[in-house]
Design a binder for this molecule. Structure first.
Ligand SMILES: *Cc1c(COP(=O)(O)O)cnc(C)c1O
Length: 398
């Protein structure tokens, strides 16, 4: 059976064949533990880890390679950054500012801290999905120790004004963390220019393997200290104990190297495909609404509401042809309406008809054209069966 067209690249991406090739030796002959420095098995593995660390350092513009701490992914990095700062700097203050549209790994870490005596401010967003800098300024108190804002959004692709937020955080001497899982390798991103002390990233969102990510932790000017989540052998500067996942780290490094090289041309190519999809759909169907800013957006994201068609039925009808998501695939119960779209003020009805298209490296123009054709077919068919749509048409004729 032919596989569906994969348009769910904000959920995860296919491992790039070059990444797989780089990883294979480390799953075979190069199996050493980097902590075993008394023989070449260990030292070779250690060398590979440090090469990968340097590649990720270059991609994000960190001052030192040691600023990159390997973790199991962005979920762990978000937990480590937020809990790590909160627990270490609790004496300085117990207030944290974040947004209503963060990934669950940020929101639920903040909820945990709230249950342990911290105060959390969840900034709202405007109808385009952007936070208002004036809201942020107003939320800052003398007890504020951390600001955490998602860089590029997993559902709507909206990119927040990270530099502006960084400047404000710096001026107030507040730590600034960003969840950059969707940003790394997709948009130019430089931790030094952004006033960031902490940034969470993940390999499987950028054509690397699953189960590996990193937390950028600025070591100097100012120094950022954290309480670790895991205690043990003291790997990763004591911030993340446990034997390093060498094959995955090598894959992550290769993915970073490739992204650095092709980021600009790739993002232009994907934007063209995205616009082809958007214009194709909205020229052939009525009542199609894009959710979130088109201007401040990842090139590979399109989140659209198809009025009068229930998202679940749409997904079912498409599932053999096109792999997409509705709401947030990151929440285990995928049917819960999206809190992100709600925060944008999208109506409940529109939330239920929303589809996220995530375009990526391996998508072709033909796949986009086929997707437009299937979508138009399915949406028209479902609308023909919809009494609400019929009524809407009648009302519009009157
Ligand atoms: C995927 C994602 C995460 C979680 O990353 P994992 O590496 O899968 O744990 C966190 N934040 C955002 C914005 C994501 O897209």
């Amino acid at each position: 059976m032919k596989k569906p067209i994969y348009l769910d690249n904000q959920s995860t991406t296919q491992v790039d064949p070059r990444v797989l090739k780089a990883m294979l030796p480390y799953l075979k002959s190069e199996f050493g533990n980097p902590a075993s420095t008394s023989h070449t098995f260990g030292t070779q593995a250690g060398k590979a880890v440090e090469e990968s660390r340097a590649k990720i350092q270059k991609l994000i513009g960190a001052e030192e390679a040691a600023d990159i701490i390997f973790t199991s992914g962005a979920t762990e990095s978000n937990n480590l950054a937020i809990r790590g700062v909160a627990e270490l700097y609790r004496d300085k203050g117990s207030h944290i500012i974040t947004t209503q549209i963060e990934h669950k790994s940020v929101l639920n870490t903040c909820e945990y801290l709230k249950a342990h005596g911290f105060q959390i401010t969840y900034l709202p967003v405007d109808e385009t999905g952007l936070i208002r800098v004036s809201d942020l300024k107003r939320a800052i108190r003398k007890e504020t120790i951390l600001i955490s804002v998602i860089y590029a959004h997993n559902e709507i692709g909206v990119v927040q004004p990270i530099r502006q937020i960084g400047a404000i955080a710096r001026a107030h001497n507040i730590f600034f963390h960003t969840d950059a899982a969707q940003a790394l390798g997709k948009i130019p991103f430089h931790v030094g220019n952004s006033g960031l002390q902490l940034a969470s990233v993940s390999a499987h969102k950028m054509y690397g393997p699953k189960g590996i990510g990193a937390l950028y932790v600025r070591r100097k000017n100012p120094r950022t200290r954290l309480v670790p989540l895991l205690f043990g052998g003291g790997q990763e500067g004591g911030l993340r104990s446990g034997t390093l996942n060498v094959p995955a780290i090598v894959g992550f490094g290769k993915a970073a190297e490739i992204s650095k090289k092709i980021l600009n041309s790739e993002s232009k190519r994907i934007l063209k495909l995205r616009e082809r999809l958007r214009i194709g759909l909205s020229s052939k169907l009525d009542e199609v609404y894009v959710n979130g800013s088109l201007e401040h957006r990842l090139s590979g994201n399109l989140n659209v509401s198809f009025a009068f068609v229930e998202g679940g039925s749409l997904l079912d009808a498409l599932s053999k042809k096109v792999a997409v998501s509705t709401g947030s695939a990151c929440a285990s119960s995928g049917t819960e309406p999206s809190y992100t779209l709600r925060a944008l003020g999208v109506s409940e009805a529109s939330i239920h008809t929303s589809i996220r298209f995530g375009l990526g490296r391996f998508n072709t123009e033909k796949e986009i054209d086929d997707t437009i054709r299937y979508m138009v077919q399915v949406v028209k068919k479902l609308r023909r069966e919809s009494a609400v749509y019929e009524r809407h048409l009648k009302d519009n004729i009157k």
